[in-house]
Design a protein around this ligand. Structure first.
Ligand code: NAD
Length: 366
């Protein structure tokens, strides 16, 4: 075997090993020399419906990093849609490149052609590195896109709906902890006062909660202090406050062995994706410390519910009403966790997988 064929052989072996590891259905590798488009669309599971997931444009260091990311993110979308009770599957796309310098109308439209070739099996949306304007370009080549601006019949910025979902999830977690879902007088530490964080503060403020906030954006902190009387703390000090509730709304991976030891809160409920650095280790550590954890992929699903509503005929009130179901879903997760001893993230994953498997059986009979 020549060196080249050995390398090729290894690549194809890894490719299928990657797909089989988490049972992905399909990937589409998209290349266009003219526009410089290099994209990967990963469809994880379409049992519940077409795979919906945003398109991320990122300057990955290499192809395998991009592949790893798209496979991980698409699988996460299957769980998010399933636990949220949506008739959607999980998929995601990544475009390899610098979103600031390499994006163009032609590139996005070419990407739209590839999405269209999947004939509705994949529905795209904006994500890190792409915008609603980009989705308008995609929409010139395919109908299989959501996250369009309100002026084009879309749902606009999903962040207020995401914040609403985090808020109702936080209330369900509060009820589990304190027997009442009122946030009145509760001290909440919010890490990250961005698009979601600011709306979350608004909801909680109406109920009489008090806040510690951290961010590196001084204008956002000032806004939170002026409008909601929030106490500003240094970025790293957010873990050491005497807050009752911690709401991570900035980055993933921040709940880890070091920060769990520092936290004094009794509830964690926030918008950030992948908050637990290691799901099993840190999920269990939180249980041992008697901290109620509201699984991130459920309570931040308001954004997905919002774009799903766009797919079925957009109406913000319907999107908010559907998002309210997060409260009851969280109660069932707590129940499963209590009955099985699974930590809360694992209980949520179990319920998400169960729904996919149950519906797969429904489809296989008759
Ligand atoms: P955003 O970029 O508008 O806000 C994030 C904020 O966090 C920014 O103000 C940033 O300065 C701040 N930040 C970054 N690093 C920080 C740190 N170390 N300490 C404190 N603050 C820090 O993002 P967003 O849309 O508000 O989303 C917040 C989180 O929720 C992200 O993790 C995002 O992936 C997740 N999420 C958002 C949505 C949505 O609808 N926007 C949906 C699902 C999940």
């Amino acid at each position: 075997m020549t060196e080249v064929s050995q390398v090729k052989n290894q690549l194809s072996t890894n490719l299928f090993a990657n797909l089989t590891e988490h049972d992905h259905e399909q990937i589409l590798v998209c290349n266009d020399n003219h526009t410089g488009l290099k994209a990967i669309i990963a469809i994880h599971n379409t049992v519940l419906g077409p795979g919906l997931g945003g398109t991320r444009m990122w300057n990955y260091n290499n192809e395998s990093e991009a592949m790893k990311d798209v496979l991980r993110l698409s699988r996460g979308m299957t769980y998010k849609a399933s636990i949220s009770g949506l008739n959607l599957g999980g998929a995601k796309a990544v475009i390899i490149g610098d979103a600031k310098t390499q994006k163009s109308e032609a590139l996005m439209r070419k990407f739209g052609r590839f999405v269209n070739n999947l004939a509705g099996k994949y529905i795209t949306a904006e994500d890190v590195g792409t915008t609603t304007q980009d989705m308008e370009y995609v929409n010139m080549e395919t109908d299989n896109v959501v996250g369009l601006p309100e002026s084009r019949g879309g749902g606009g910025d999903p962040s207020p709906v995401t914040a609403y979902g985090v808020y109702v999830g936080m209330k369900a977690a509060a009820k589990k902890r304190w027997g009442t879902d009122s946030l009145s007088g509760k001290k909440v530490a919010v890490m990250g006062i961005g698009k979601v964080g600011i709306h979350l503060l608004e909801y909680m403020h109406k109920e009489g909660a008090q806040f510690y906030v951290s961010d590196m954006n001084d204008a956002a902190l000032k806004d939170a202090a002026n409008r909601f009387g929030a106490t500003v703390v240094a970025n790293d000090a957010i873990y050491d406050t005497d807050a009752d509730i911690f709401a991570p709304c900035a980055l993933g991976g921040i709940i880890n062995t070091e920060t769990i030891e520092r936290l004094k809160c009794q509830v964690i409920a926030g918008a950030a994706n992948n908050q637990l650095d290691d799901e099993d280790i840190h999920g269990d550590m939180l249980v041992k410390k008697d901290i109620i954890y509201a699984p991130d992929f459920l309570i931040n699903a308001g954004g997905l519910i919002n774009v799903y509503s766009e797919w079925t005929g957009y109406n913000r009130e319907n999107a908010l009403r559907d998002t309210e179901r997060i409260y009851e879903t969280l109660e069932s997760i707590f129940k499963v966790s209590d009955e099985t001893g699974l930590h809360m993230q694992a209980a949520a994953t179990h319920l998400a997988e169960k729904r996919v498997n149950d519906i797969m059986r429904v489809q296989s009979k008759i």
